[in-house]
Design a protein around this ligand. Structure first.
Ligand code: KG4
Ligand code: ZN
Length: 361
């Protein structure tokens, strides 16, 4: 079975083709991602109108490229899967309307997919086609096994869930305020590091001492819930203390008043506490729920410091999707679509499917 996935929930326009190869194998044939990140960088964050307009311009060429790389034509495609939500309404609309139109025109079943759930499914891909585009991808030939404890950490979400089986999962905890990726992005802004913040905070941290500033860890009633807004504020206060002046945030003057080594120490100390907070909850949940597998997914799962800490402290050792499959992509959408089709779930109505920006997990 060949599944075409389409993803447009935020600022990445993505299409991918995934093929089932026997009972237990899932092969990635193509993964195309066009990002409008450069257009947003000047504004220091995603501008919804710019993202939506950019999706309209590139969605069809991105799908064409995904089919071409997969060496597939429309006759080969069995199913279309698309992100229904959560995400930005204008962005989601472009993907959903494109997928609906293609499903009708090409007479293919259409599956709507939850973006947050799909992040976990990136780790179900077990192999890749022999294609130049996929040379740098490294995929584990092992699949996670149920029950799976999943930590989903992205720019919009931070949650811990127990997947008992496909489509049967329980939410154990989630963030009460900022998502952890959002905290990385805001700390980058405080320190004057380039957008997107996650990778630039990680990079700055390499030259810093993670124990130099003792930031607080949030304590919540449910030990599987998270809170990152206090940590972000603590970074701002410490930066202001080091600068010796309370520049009102956001201020371009604050980063200029900090030396590169102080920025590196602040970045490293923040990253250390953020990663420890996530790993504390994950380790506690593995003790309590004894999962067969652990998966860390979403954009922040690309963070090497988090990976190192989790690999040291969490058993069973977590699965991490390939870096390119941690941040938003359509391979994860096609993979979850494949499992929905395989389970015999009724396809969505291509004349009716509506984007849902607040689609719940
Ligand atoms: O999953 P994703 O691409 O989009 C959402 O669904 O939100 O995640 C994006 C988030 C951003 O906040 C970005 O700063 C963060 O993931 N991120 C990272 C790293 N790479 C991306 N955070 C920490 N370290 C990284 N290396
Ligand atoms: Zn995402």
């Amino acid at each position: 079975m060949l599944v075409l996935g389409i993803e447009t929930s935020c600022d990445e326009t993505a299409a991918a083709v995934v093929e089932s190869a026997g009972q237990r194998r899932l092969r990635l044939l193509s993964n195309v991602v066009a990002s409008s990140v450069d257009l947003h960088a000047a504004c220091g964050g995603v501008v919804p109108e710019i993202a939506a307009r950019s999706h309209i311009e590139v969605v069809l060429p991105v799908i064409d490229e995904a089919l071409k790389t997969a060496k597939a034509d429309w006759d080969d495609i069995d199913t279309i899967a698309v992100t229904q939500g959560p995400g930005l309404l204008g962005s989601l609309l472009v993907g959903v309307l494109t997928a609906r139109t293609l499903a009708i025109a090409k007479d293919k079943p259409l599956y709507a997919v939850n973006h947050v759930e799909a992040h976990v499914y990136a780790s179900f891909l077990t192999e890749k086609a022999d294609s130049k585009q996929l040379t740098d991808y490294s995929l584990s030939s092992e699949k996670p096994e149920f029950p799976i404890l999943a930590l989903i950490v992205s720019g919009g979400h931070t949650l811990l869930a127990l997947f008992k089986d496909h489509f049967d999962y329980a939410l154990l905890g989630q963030t009460k305020d900022d998502a952890v990726g959002e905290a990385f992005d805001k700390v980058a802004k405080i320190l004057g590091l380039p957008y997107p913040g996650g990778p630039s905070v990680a990079q700055a941290s390499q030259k810093g001492d993670p124990t130099s500033v003792k930031f607080p860890k949030a304590k919540l009633d449910n030990s599987f819930d998270f809170s990152f807004s206090g940590l972000k504020t603590a970074v701002l206060r410490e930066a202001q203390r080091m600068a010796g002046k309370d520049y009102t945030f956001p201020s371009h003057k604050l980063p200029k008043a900090l030396s590169a080594s102080r920025k590196a120490d602040l970045a490293a100390s923040f990253q250390h506490i953020a990663a420890e907070t996530l790993v504390d909850a994950l380790a506690k949940a593995t003790d309590e729920y004894k999962p067969k597998s652990v998966v860390i997914a979403g954009g922040v799962a690309a963070n090497q410091y988090l990976r190192k800490l989790a690999s040291k402290r969490v058993r069973p050792t977590p699965f991490y999707p390939d870096i390119a499959l941690c941040t938003d992509n359509a391979a994860m959408i096609a993979t979850l679509g494949y499992y929905r089709a395989k389970a015999g779930i009724k396809p969505n109505d291509p004349y009716k499917l509506a984007a849902d920006p607040a689609l719940s997990f």
